[in-house]
Write a protein of this length. Structure first.
Length: 439
């Protein structure tokens, strides 16, 4: 945990943006130069941070674990391509994300499709083009998939998503271990497995468990993985053969707030080493590929949202920095994406990093709503019009998890920085775009 907002920002800069002085540098490039070239507001993504996060994952997890990037965290094309080139698979949650995976050059056998509301059109689309694995989330979906595969004359490769019991709960956002739209309840899986096994158009090959996200406790992750192996053994006993895949989902968190600490990867590595040793000597897992599908952990710390101060306003003893972008671009930072009590993402004036903070201020966007607050009561150096405010930890669930059409403000640009060079990934929207997103 960090003692203050300032300490949190300093730790992030030391970890990922070393070499910054008074002005933040990404990939060695001053963000002031990037703002001048591409305008504001914009999202900036750093390939070096993506690589560091991936290397840390690979050094933490035993060799039995494969990694698939979860596109929903950030579908920016150069980020997706970057992970495909690094040898990762991709987890998609819609036919649109499947198309993006193909555009990124991902082999179809390395793509898996999860999500509780897949339509017949989506299932037919991915089956016709080939896909590594479809994760069935209900009995009705299993029947629908079998019928589509029969109509197409194909055999669908399927894993069953399981909603485990409450002993596997954990994470800031729980997606299992309770009544949920995700997966089949653990106590009801046997008849579903039997049905999958009987279908001549289904190749049942794995299970998927994902009970929560934004987990910062290594013991919670290890407990969930152990629960997954326990359920897998039960499934193997029922079908009489090892599974091809066991997908533990994502869930690894990053510390957004001063009350949070980094996930202790050294401790996680110790716990996983024990699990790995057990898997290697257990005949139930002979030839089984273990899989995780992180998104936020890989991409979250690689991104910043950059906005320019348009006005500095005093109102009844409080100072407001009014910037040119807001909750329509970054809903999560505003606290309107699930926070009960507003807490600040790490924020800084990135052309005044070495200046001392003054009295706390609010950073607000240009929208005509009191919800448009990016940071509240945050200590920042005294700001001037034209200064650049950055919201860190913005590489996941930023732009695409936000209401871009709200008030018909132009959508923000996206820029990918790699090896000291910047490239425009998505242009800024225009007033003429209206509700259409910029290509």
């Amino acid at each position: 945990m960090w003692g203050s907002d300032v300490d949190h920002v300093r730790a992030l800069i030391e970890r990922h943006f070393a070499g910054s002085g008074n002005t933040l540098r990404m990939g060695g490039i001053p963000v002031t130069d990037l703002a001048s070239e591409y305008g504001t507001p914009l999202f900036l993504y750093d390939a070096g941070t993506l690589d560091r996060q991936l290397a840390l994952l690979r050094s933490t997890y035993p060799p039995e674990f494969a990694i698939a990037y979860s596109i929903k965290a950030n579908p920016c094309p150069p980020i997706v391509r970057h992970f495909v080139e690094a040898g990762l698979g991709l987890e998609v949650a819609s036919a649109g994300e499947f198309y993006q995976a193909l555009q990124a050059g991902c082999p179809t056998e390395r793509i898996l499709f999860a999500g509780p509301g897949k339509t017949e059109t989506e299932l037919a689309y991915v089956l016709e083009r080939g896909i590594g694995e479809i994760h069935v989330e209900s009995e009705r979906e299993a029947e629908r998939l079998a019928a589509i595969a029969e109509r197409l004359g194909l055999r669908a490769h399927v894993a069953l998503r399981i909603n485990p019991g409450p002993d596997a709960q954990g994470g800031a956002m729980r997606m299992g271990g309770k009544p949920a739209p995700f997966g089949v309840d653990e106590e009801r899986i046997d008849p579903v497995i039997d049905r999958l096994e009987r279908s001549p158009h289904i190749e049942f090959q794995g299970i998927h468990l994902f009970t929560g996200t934004q987990i910062l406790d290594d013991t919670v992750l290890v407990t969930q993985y152990r629960k997954g192996l326990e359920i897998a053994r039960r499934v193997v006993e029922r079908i009489g053969r090892p599974l091809r895949t066991i997908d533990f989902g994502g869930g690894l968190g990053i510390p957004y707030f001063t009350s949070e600490a980094l996930l202790p990867m050294s401790k996680l590595k110790e716990g996983l080493a024990v699990l790995g040793a057990e898997v290697r000597v257990d005949a139930a897992f002979r030839g089984t590929r273990l899989l995780i599908e992180p998104g936020r952990y890989l991409a979250g710390e690689a991104g910043i949202y950059l906005a320019r101060v348009n006005d500095v306003k005093e109102s009844r003893g409080k100072t407001f920095l009014i910037v040119d972008g807001g909750m329509n671009h970054h809903l999560a930072a505003s606290g309107n994406l699930g926070q009960v009590i507003k807490r600040n993402f790490p924020v800084a004036i990135v052309n005044r990093l070495e200046e001392s903070p003054g009295p706390p201020v609010d950073v607000v966007g240009p929208l005509c709503t009191p919800l448009d607050v990016l940071a509240r009561d945050v200590p920042l150096p005294p700001a001037q019009v034209g200064d650049l405010v950055a919201i860190f930890q913005s590489g996941a669930y930023g732009r695409t998890a936000s209401p871009l059409g709200f008030l018909s403000q132009p959508s923000p640009a996206e820029v990918f920085v790699r090896d000291g060079k910047a490239a425009l990934a998505r242009r800024r929207g225009t007033y003429e775009d209206g509700l259409r997103d910029a290509p």
